[in-house]
Design a protein around this ligand. Structure first.
Ligand SMILES: *Cc1c(COP(=O)(O)O)cnc(C)c1O
Length: 354
C-alpha cells in the first residue's frame, strides 16, 4: 500500500525547553491515518496534518470501547541518527489485542514502515537531551455509527507522536506502592493481556485512591484469589529474592511488556537466574522478613525501569532492600536506555534505524 503524504503548511512552534516536556503534553505536526471498511480491508494510508478527527456521535468506540493501542518511542542518537526499539514487537502485540477485540488484523510490516515514515516526516520534533524521546501512539477504534453491540465493520488506525521528557530528570527515583485489596485490573478470560482503553478506565479508581493517601501506584493482585502478584500500575513488575529474579508468568490477565521481555533477555545473557512464575504477596512479605528481598521494580516503555522503595500491604510495611535504588535496577536502566539512544552497542538486534 502506498502512503500519501500531505505536508502541514502551518507547522506549530516546537517546545524550546526540553526539560519541561513532561509526558503527552505536545503533539507534532502530522499524523498517520488509514481506514478499514468491510469488503475493502485497510486502505487509504496517509500522512496528514495533525488535526481533530470528526466522529459520528453514535460511533461505536464511544459507546462500547472497541479500541486498542500501542506505546513505543523513537530516539535521536548522539550521531544524529533516529532509531526505534523493537517496533515489530509492538505491531505483533497490536494484532494480539486486535484479535481479542474483534478488530481486523493489520499488516505488521507495513505498519512499522508507516510509523518510520511518520517519524521521518516529523523528525525535527525528536528531542535530543539525555532521557528524552518521541513517544509514538498507534491506536485503532470503531467508527460505525451504530448504537448496538457487535464487532465494527468500519475502523480507523491512527498514529500520533509526542515529544516527551526525561522520566527521571534527577535520576532514578524509588516509589512507594500500595498493594490493592478491593479493586482488580483484569481476570483470566478478560482483556488484561491486551492494550485496550477499558483496562485503563478500570484502573483509575484504585490509582486515584492510592494517590490520595500518598502512594505513587498500586500493585495489582490476581482477580480470583487476591494473592498472586500481577502488575504495578501500568507496568510489569520484577522482584529479586535472594539470587532469583522473579516476574509473574503471563497468565492471561497480564500485559506482555516489551520492556519485560527485554529485561528477561538481558538478565539471562548476564547469567542471572530469572523465573517467570506465580509469586504471592505473602512470599514477598516472608522474603522481606528474612532479609532476602533485595530489589523490586516496574518495567514499561515510559519509565523503562521504576525502582520500588516500599510496599504497603494490609497495614504492613515492606521495605525493599534499603529502600534505595538496587544495583540490578540501575544496571538495567543504564543498559536499556543506553541501547535505545545508541550509547551502548545493541548486541540483541533490538534496534531498527530509520
Ligand atoms: C504497556 C503496558 C505495560 C508495559 O509494556 P511495554 O511494552 O514494556 O511498554 C505493562 N502493563 C500494562 C498494563 C501496560 O499497558
Amino acid at each position: 500500500m502506498e502512503i500519501k503524504i500531505t505536508k502541514n503548511t502551518a507547522p506549530k512552534q516546537k517546545p524550546t525547553d526540553q526539560s519541561t516536556l513532561g509526558f503527552g503534553k505536545y503533539y507534532t505536526d502530522h499524523m498517520f491515518i488509514m481506514n478499514y471498511d468491510e469488503g475493502q480491508g485497510w486502505h487509504d494510508a496517509r500522512i496528514v496534518p495533525y488535526a481533530p478527527i470528526q466522529l459520528d456521535p453514535a460511533a461505536m468506540c464511544l459507546h462500547y470501547g472497541q479500541e486498542v493501542f500501542e506505546g513505543m518511542k523513537a530516539y535521536k542518537t548522539v550521531d544524529g541518527g533516529i532509531q526505534l526499539f523493537r517496533p515489530e514487537k509492538n505491531m505483533a502485540r497490536l494484532n494480539v489485542s486486535n484479535e481479542r477485540l474483534c478488530i481486523p488484523l493489520i499488516d505488521e510490516d507495513f505498519c512499522v514502515e508507516a510509523i518510520k515514515k511518520l517519524v521521518e516526516v516529523d523528525q525535527e520534533w525528536i528531542p535530543t537531551q539525555p532521557g528524552t524521546s518521541l513517544y509514538i501512539r498507534p491506536f485503532i477504534f470503531a467508527i460505525d455509527p451504530h448504537v448496538g453491540v457487535h464487532p465494527a465493520k468500519h475502523l480507523m488506525f491512527v498514529v500520533i507522536l509526542s515529544p516527551v521528557g526525561n522520566y527521571y530528570p534527577q535520576g532514578l527515583n524509588p516509589v512507594d506502592i500500595y498493594v490493592e485489596q478491593n479493586y482488580v485490573r483484569a481476570v483470566k478470560g478478560g482483556m488484561g493481556f491486551t492494550k485496550t482503553a477499558g483496562n485503563y478506565a478500570a484502573s483509575l479508581k484504585a490509582q486515584d485512591e492510592a494517590e490520595k493517601i500518598g502512594y505513587t501506584q498500586v500493585l495489582w493482585l490476581d482477580g480470583v484469589e487476591r494473592k498472586y502478584i500481577e502488575e504495578v500500575g501500568t507496568m510489569n513488575v520484577f522482584f529479586i529474592i535472594g539470587d532469583e529474579v522473579i516476574t509473574p508468568e503471563l497468565s492471561g490477565s497480564i500485559l506482555s511488556g516489551i520492556t519485560r521481555m527485554s529485561v528477561i533477555e538481558l538478565l539471562k545473557s548476564k547469567g542471572y537466574k530469572v523465573s517467570e512464575r506465580r509469586l504471592s504477596i505473602q512470599e514477598v512479605y516472608d522474603a522481606h522478613e528474612k532479609g532476602l528481598l533485595k530489589e523490586a521494580f516496574g518495567t514499561g516503555t515510559a519509565a523503562v525501569i521504576s525502582p520500588i522503595g516500599t510496599f504497603e500491604w494490609n497495614g504492613k510495611k515492606i521495605t525493599v532492600g534499603d529502600g534505595g535504588i538496587g544495583e540490578t535496577s540501575q544496571m538495567l536502566y543504564d543498559t536499556i536506555t543506553g541501547i535505545q539512544c545508541g550509547r551502548i552497542k545493541d548486541e540483541f538486534n533490538w534496534i531498527q534505524k530509520i
